[in-house]
Design a protein around this ligand. Sequence first.
Ligand code: PLP
Length: 412
Amino acid sequence: MKDLLPLLKTRIPGPKSRALARQLRHYESRNITYVSDHWPIFWQRAAGANVWDVDGNRYIDLTAAFGVTNVGHTNPRVVAAIQKQAGQLLHAMGDVHPNELKLKLARELVGLTFGRWNKSEGRVIFANSGAEAVEVATKTAAIHTKRPGIIAFEGAYHGLTYGALDTTWRADFRSPFSKQLGHFTAHVPFGRLPDVAKIQDFGAVIVEPIQGRGGIVVPPNDFLPRLRRFCDDHGLVLILDEIYTGFCRTGRWFACEHSGVVPDLVCVGKAMAGGFPISACIGSAKVMDSWPESRGEAIHTSTFMGNPLGCAAALASVGEMKRLKLDARSRELGDWLAARLARIGKVRGRGLMLGLEVDNAVPIIEKLLQRGVLALPEGSQSEVLGLTPPLVITKRQLDHCLVALGDSISHG
Ligand SMILES: Cc1ncc(COP(=O)(O)O)c(C=O)c1O
């Protein structure tokens, strides 16, 4: 993989990106893509940590496209696996007549989680997006405990479909739909335990080991172990949302491994398949086996569940994480990057899930784009500049980004 530095041929966004953005505004809901004189660029292709736009400009990606391309954009082995599978079988009958890859991936996911954590058995339910995996987890907890309430945390982001949205914290996402929500969630401050007096109707706690979209917030070291004990003491199911933090992002395969906490259910998505939309909820056999045995009609399923292309991509992607030892690479590069970022400002995060505290990340990100660096704001007030690059990024590429970041902050 060549580690190419930015190469800008036009003012950013270039004329083709701007023309396409104007057209998109006519055909896509105006709520979706933010369009201004400075934003967006249209991506044409990508490889490793590089992205090319339709105007021929080349960028370094510090976002991994929302923390998805941990194994690098268009990782050749993932692409080859998808191509091979595409010629063979695009779609099977998820909950009726399945494809063998679903079995292989389920076995791999159980082995990577409960198998490694405490050599215990686990079971998987596949889904297509992170939010859906969260809904599988909350449904599983309800089936297991027969108690409807979920405890979540202030700042949490678990997705925006109705069930997941109920557990997500931010008012701007929730309030237009508040009357349609189930209101089964109570939010408590992140890093603290729930109040024992108020948990009678609650069956589960859902938590991100490190809050991602909430602003790369790392809780105190003893938080997850204390939460685990709290759940055990009160018969609550502990759901870890590792959709962002999973698959080597934080320097371990899963972020819970920093503290040795084993959840009852873990939600994964994003990086699992290197760019193909597939997600899963993996649970301990004890909790998962509360679901009734299928008599031919699954009470939770979906058309594309365990899609063969997604499974092939995920198996190849996990294979690449192992082959390239991306957990260690994320840890080492993350420490290296955090030390350099600390010369610019205050840093948070772990591994290559880092955030730089700033007053407002938005103008900095627009300046970075002009310098060929793709980055995103995190936090409800955009108070953090996120650094979650593909884990295959090189020090040379990161060095370039650090110079661009220093310039973008100090020169305004
Ligand atoms: C921690 C976490 N959970 C859930 C989600 C929702 O995932 P999706 O956007 O695939 O529905 C996200 C997305 O950013 C996330 O960061």
